[in-house]
Design a protein around this ligand. Structure first.
Ligand code: ZN
Length: 385
């Protein structure tokens, strides 16, 4: 029985959480969103890549395009017995909405839809276009989701000007923090070779650990940049060192050492610069080595402009408080959208319980979030006559 005391946003959040959309399964969440948005005049495009459902919805033909972005998939629940209530049976307890995806990010999806419903009813002839880019592959490998939809849009020259990602950005209260960028992440496997031998005859061998150690010490001391107003300084971490000691005997000098490193980097350096500097340092130490580099996300930053201003002022209008801009935290699908030149911010509910057992969000926060989203649309796409 639907609970008639629920707000429109909460009722929709209940409906979304009830669908067991463990990544990459969508479980009908996108069709539910379509059933609400198509009647408002959104043109619907269903884009299935591999086993991943994605949708691109757009209302209006003109620029600028303000797109909401998000995902319908959720992470697995872990043992359901550890939950206070079944994870796919949403309920409100002590003012908290409980359920897998309540915070990450079905609550945001519900708030986006109801914000559009109210805005379009009030301003049917708004400027520009409103769009939705929704995937079911954010929590998984993220190979057939947002990145593919963006390629599809780019191929036909369709641009997003402003993108609001509904990831849970807030810390203590909804809207206290918006993410206006993310650090880049660069990983390398480095194999440093020596000559295998007997520990008792080191003059006949070359110990790759001894060869590598001074270079690794220097890498760990290096100052890569100073960061800037929006990013902390680039950080370097060694995440693994191994020599195959499980297979080597204890009287053996290993033949090679594998070192895994990771950079979290600011917009003050590029991945190419970090790669060149790392390899120049290894060369300077005269090492025989090979590297395999992998970028899992370029850094991006939306410093100033209409979108950040619209979000800051909407939060102020709805909640009365000032919001803080931050680039901390892991990566999000914003990394695929920002390189097209779009301004990107992430604004969603409090993230304290995401991916945890008993994931929850303050029920009233979703209504506030919906009003903030509506106000952002108004700030960007509506000019009173
Ligand atoms: Zn998420």
């Amino acid at each position: 029985m639907p609970d008639t005391s629920l707000s429109e946003t909460l009722a929709l959040a209940f409906d979304l959480i009830s669908r067991q959309s463990v990544t990459p399964v969508d479980a009908g969440c996108q069709e539910l969103m379509i059933s609400r948005l198509e009647p408002l005049g959104f043109k619907v495009e269903r884009l299935r890549f591999g086993e991943v459902d994605n949708i691109w919805l757009r209302r209006g033909d003109s620029a600028p395009v303000m797109a909401f972005a998000g995902h319908t998939d959720v992470v697995p629940t872990g043992p359901e017995a550890n939950w206070d209530s079944p994870p796919f049976t949403p309920e409100i307890r002590d003012g908290m909405l409980l359920g897998r995806g309540a915070a990450d990010m079905k609550g945001s999806l519900a708030a986006m839809v109801t914000a559009c419903e109210r805005f379009v009813e009030r301003c049917p002839d708004h400027q520009g276009s409103i769009a939705f880019l929704i995937t079911s592959d954010e929590e998984g490998p993220a190979k057939n989701g947002t990145v593919k939809v963006i390629e599809h849009l780019e191929a036909r020259g369709e641009k997003i000007d402003w993108c609001l990602v509904g990831e849970p950005s807030s810390t203590d209260k909804v809207g206290d923090i918006i993410k206006n960028g993310r650090r880049g992440s660069l990983h390398a496997d480095i194999c440093i070779r020596g000559h295998q031998g007997h520990v008792a005859y080191p003059h006949l061998a070359e110990n790759p650990v001894h060869l590598a150690a001074p270079a690794l010490a220097e890498l760990s001391q290096e100052h890569w940049d100073h960061g800037n107003d929006f990013f902390p300084a680039t950080s370097f971490q060694i995440t693994d060192i191994r020599t195959g000691s499980k297979v080597n005997a204890e009287n053996m000098i290993p033949g090679a050492v594998d070192v895994h490193i990771n950079f979290r980097y600011s917009t003050e350096v590029t991945a190419d610069e970090l790669i060149q500097r790392t390899e120049a340092l290894l060369d300077r130490h005269g090492l025989d080595y090979s590297t395999q580099w992998r970028i899992s996300g370029e850094p991006f930053l939306t410093a100033e402009g209409a979108l950040v201003s619209a979000a800051q002022s909407a939060i102020k209008t709805v909640t009365g408080y000032e919001t803080e801009l931050s680039t901390s935290g892991g990566t999000s699908d914003g990394r695929f959208i920002a390189p097209t030149g779009a301004q990107v911010v992430e604004l969603g509910p409090v993230n304290a319980t995401i991916h945890k057992v008993n994931e929850c969000v303050r029920a009233a926060d979703l209504d506030i979030l919906s009003r903030i989203y509506e106000q952002i649309l108004e700030n960007l796409l509506y000019e009173p006559a």
